[in-house]
Design a protein around this ligand. Structure first.
Ligand code: ADP
Ligand code: AMP
Length: 213
């Protein structure tokens, strides 16, 4: 199964992708996580991507596409979280899959408003070691400031400051929202009300994958 999770930053794509990938044995490919790792290790990709990410802008398509080509598995199913984010990326993905006789099964749209995004991202805490995600109010760690999974220090991402959050939402509206029509025309799109609780969204997601609507 090949799934694409589409939606603004903070809509809960990563949270649901982590759950679902475990349950269904699918690889979770988050371009945001891969880029942050590249920045941390100061690889050539990381050095090029860093400034775009800090400004809340999209990293150029050419860099993202070579990254995806490197990590996309040919044998197993996977969830793409945060990719594609432009029409050019979506077309390149379609071509890449077609070359291997594959196609996307479903595109799940995580539908939320800007205010929900700001509330979620300004309270998001991320583990500096393993990347596990928490929320100050909605999903707090057992011990303040410490990751439940690995004991690492929890931090606020640099791009989770209100000004950058609003910029990222604008970038989503301008460059990523057009993908909704792109996938609707291809009959792949399933829209979820992502303002519900984590458990409720999970339930809807499981139904959507099962029924296809
Ligand atoms: P995305 O991957 O789309 O950027 P995340 O999964 O990282 O979003 O979620 C953003 C923040 O919102 C995190 O702090 C997460 O714990 C929290 N969160 C995710 N889903 C929900 C939800 N359904 N209700 C409340 N908070 C949520
Ligand atoms: P995310 O963790 O998905 O919120 O992504 C964090 C940042 O990484 C974004 O604000 C972009 O700068 C960059 N990024 C992640 N995925 C992509 C993509 N598919 N295309 C371009 N930039 C991306």
């Amino acid at each position: 199964m090949i799934l694409v999770f589409l939606g603004p930053p903070g809509s809960g794509k990563g949270t649901q992708a982590k759950n679902l990938s475990k349950e269904f044995g699918l690889l979770h490919i988050s371009t945001g996580d891969l880029l942050r790792d590249a920045v941390k290790r100061a690889t050539p990709l990381g050095l090029k991507a860093k400034e775009y990410m800090e400004r809340g802008e999209l990293v150029p398509d050419s860099l993202i596409l070579s990254l995806i080509e490197e990590v996309m598995p040919l044998e197993s199913g996977f969830i793409l979280d945060g990719f594609p984010r432009t029409i050019a990326q979506a077309i390149a993905l379609e071509d890449m899959l077609k070359k291997h006789g594959k196609e996307i099964d479903k595109v799940i749209l995580f539908d939320v408003s800007e205010e929900v995004v700001v509330d979620r991202l300004s309270g998001r805490l991320t583990c500096s070691q393993c990347g596990e995600v928490y929320h100050k109010k909605y999903n707090p760690p057992k011990q303040e400031g410490i990751c439940d999974v690995c004991g690492g220090k929890l931090i606020q991402r640099e791009d989770d400051k209100e000004e950058v959050i609003r910029k990222r939402f604008r970038v989503y509206q301008e460059q990523t929202r057009p993908l909704i029509d792109f996938y609707r025309e291809r009959d792949k799109l399933i829209s979820l009300n992502a303002t519900l609780s984590v458990e409720e969204v999970k339930e809807k997601l499981l139904e959507a994958i099962k029924d296809g609507n």
